[in-house]
Write a protein that binds this ligand. Sequence first.
Ligand code: GDP
Ligand code: GDP
Length: 436
Amino acid sequence: MANPTIAIVGRPNVGKSTLFNRIAGERISIVEDTPGVTRDRIYAVGEWLGREFNIIDTGGIELSDEPFMEQIRYQAEIAMDEADVIILVASGREGVTDADELIARLLHRTEKPILLAVNKVDNPEMRADIYDFYSLGLGEPYPVSGSHGLGLGDLLDEAVKHFKDEAEDVDDGIIRFSLIGRPNVGKSSLINAILGEERVIVSDIAGTTRDAVDTAFTSESGQPFVMIDTAGMRKRGKVYESTEKYSVMRAMRAIDRSDIVLMVLNAEEGIREYDKRIAGFAHEAGKGILIVVNKWDLIEKDTNTMKEFETKVREEFKYLDYAPMIFVSAVTKQRLSQLPEMIESISMNQNLRVSSSVLNDVIMDAVAINPTPTDKGTRLKIFYATQVGVKPPTFVIFVNEEELMHFSYKRFLENQIRRAFPFEGTPIHIIPRRRK
Ligand code: GDP
Ligand code: GDP
C-alpha cells in the first residue's frame, strides 16, 4: 500500500530543504552515489517510529518567470493536493513575516492537518520567541532546528499521529503497474494500445482503486491488472503540472503505488537524466522493473541493432541488470501482446519464496567458489541464510561481523542467488546480520 505523504511548505530560506534532508535521513544507496541523482532532491522516503512515509519539499518545485507570491501559492496548492500532513516551516530568527501569514491563510482552506514548525531555534533560550507564531492560527508551534537536528522527534510524533491506520497489505491477486517515462516517449499510446487489445477486458473494480483515474483490466489469461495513472495522462491543467520536478514527483508517487514499473524509453532518444532518476527510485523502492523500448518501428535495423541498443542501455543502468527489456511499437503493435505475460512473470518472481535448505546450499557453493573476504586478519564467516520477505525478495544472512560483508561480496552472493532462482525483473535485498 502507498505510504502517507508529508509535504513541507514555507517561504524561501526558512530551512525547508535542511529539514527535508534531516527527515529523509542519510540512507546509503548505490543509486544516489551516481552524480546528479541527489541534486535537488524534492521527494524521498523517510521513517519514524517504524512508519514509512514519503516526504516532499515543495520549495524545490520552482516555476520560472513567476513572481515570488505566485510560487508560494503553487507550493501551498501542491501540498494541499498531494499531502496527508502538511508542515509549514517558519523561522524563529526572523519572527512572523507577511509571507508566513499569506501561506497560513492559503492553508486554512484545507481540512488536512497542518503542523507549524518554527525552525532555527538552535538553543533553548530561543524557545521564548516562538509564541508569536500562535498568531498564524495553526495551533501550537513546534520549535525545531534543522541544522542541529533538534525538536524533530516531537514534530514527527505529531505527524505520525495523523497518518491513517496502516491498510493491511492484502494480497488481492491484482497486479498494479505503471508506465513511467519522459513526455512523448509514448506512454499514452502504449496504454491505449494495451487497453485496446480485443482480449483485454476493461472493468470497473469499485473499491479496489483509490484513484478514479487508475484503470482495471483483465488479460486473456484471466489475470487482473490495475494500471496506475501517472503524470502526463491526467491533464488537470494546473500551472505547476508542466514543471519537470512536479512530473518527477508524480512519477514517484505512481511508482510508490505500483508493484511493477514499466520504464518506457524512446528508441530514438535513449536514456536521459530523468530516466536514471526514476529508475533509481523504483529500484530503491524494491519494485519490479521492465524496460520498455518504444517507437522501435522508427529505427533502421540490421541484425545487431537490438543487441547494441540493449548494451548501451545496460551500460547506463548498471544496477538494473535484472530488469528484462522489450522492444515494442505502440503504432505497429509489435510485441505488445507479450507485455501482460511479462508483467505477470515479474510478479511471480517478486513473490517467490525459496526454501532455506536450497538457499543455504547455494550460499555454501558460492563460498566454495569464491572464499569470503578478510579484513584486518578477520575472515567473514557465513552461518546461515534465510528468506524473510517478498516484494522484493529479502534475505537475511547471519554472519560473524556485518562490516566484513563488503559491497562486492554481497553483489557476488546476489549474482549466485540469481543464477539459482528465477528473480528476473525484481530487485533482491540482502541483509547481513551478526549472529548473536
Ligand atoms: P529553504 O529555502 O527553506 O529550503 O531553506 P534552506 O534549507 O536552504 O536553508 C536556508 C538557510 O538557513 C541555509 O543557510 C541554512 O544553512 C540555514 N538553516 C537551515 N536550518 C537552520 C537551523 O536550524 N538553524 C540555523 N541557524 N540555520 C539554519
Ligand atoms: P506520452 O507523452 O509519453 O504519453 O507520449 P504519447 O503517447 O502522447 O506519444 C507521443 C508521440 O509519439 C505521439 O505523436 C505518438 O503518436 C507517437 N508515438 C507513440 N508511440 C509510438 C511508436 O511506437 N512509434 C511511433 N512511430 N510513434 C509513436
